[in-house]
Design a protein around this ligand. Structure first.
Ligand SMILES: [Zn+2]
Length: 207
């Protein structure tokens, strides 16, 4: 679940490498607010070959034998991340706790945030499953994390691949938090939204 979009909220598109199950291309731009997306595509077993009522391995067998469309494979993947949600979140929280304690980058950014009277810890760095969205234009929209001034940092438990990927995602969102605190004085609607868009473009250009 992503935090509601409020002024200054940002969400990060997950990297393309995490979407190999379907041939539809993955958006690499920061995820747009849901309201701007074309309609979401819902599964129909007759059309896609993916039947959520049957055992996961039957569906997996269908993928291996070419009896499931790319759209069906998208819905299959979503059903698996839902089934694995608890384990993914536990794993994400372990990596988060490790990063908060031991990562030099994360510790550095935490101190920077604290000098601006901010606080980032287990209570506002949260691991959740982030549903992917398949829209009618064939695009798959994934999210790896997000920052909202009201809710803190979101880490998408089903998208983080390993400890270092979590560290990168967390550090990126911490920069947004720091940025937000630094510019809080200028927190006046229009001006701030322009600034948020600016910084997001700058991050997107990072190698
Ligand atoms: Zn960002």
């Amino acid at each position: 679940m992503a935090p509601p979009q409020s002024p200054g909220a940002v969400s990060e598109a997950a990297s393309p490498s995490s979407s190999s199950a379907a041939t539809a291309s993955t958006s690499t731009a920061p995820a747009a607010p849901t309201t701007d997306l074309p309609p979401i595509v819902k599964n129909d077993p007759a059309r896609t070959g993916f039947d959520p009522q049957t055992k996961w391995w039957v569906n997996y067998f269908k993928i291996l034998t070419g009896q499931m469309t790319p759209e069906g494979q998208f819905h299959y993947r979503e059903s698996r991340t839902t089934a694995n949600e608890a384990a993914d979140c536990k794993r994400c929280e372990d990596w988060r706790d490790f990063a908060l304690q031991h990562s030099p980058t994360v510790r550095f950014l935490r101190e920077k945030v604290e000098t601006l009277n901010g606080r980032l810890d287990k209570d506002n760095v949260i691991c959740r499953r982030c549903p992917a969205r398949l829209t009618e234009d064939g695009e798959i929209h994934r999210q790896s994390g997000g920052f909202s001034p009201d809710h803190g940092i979101l880490i998408c438990a089903n998208e983080v691949r390993d400890r270092s990927h979590l560290e990168d995602t967390l550090a990126h969102e911490m920069v947004h938090a720091w940025d937000h605190l630094r510019w809080k004085m200028d927190w006046t609607g229009d001006k701030d939204l322009k600034h948020a868009a600016c910084t997001e473009i700058a991050y997107a250009k990072e190698p």
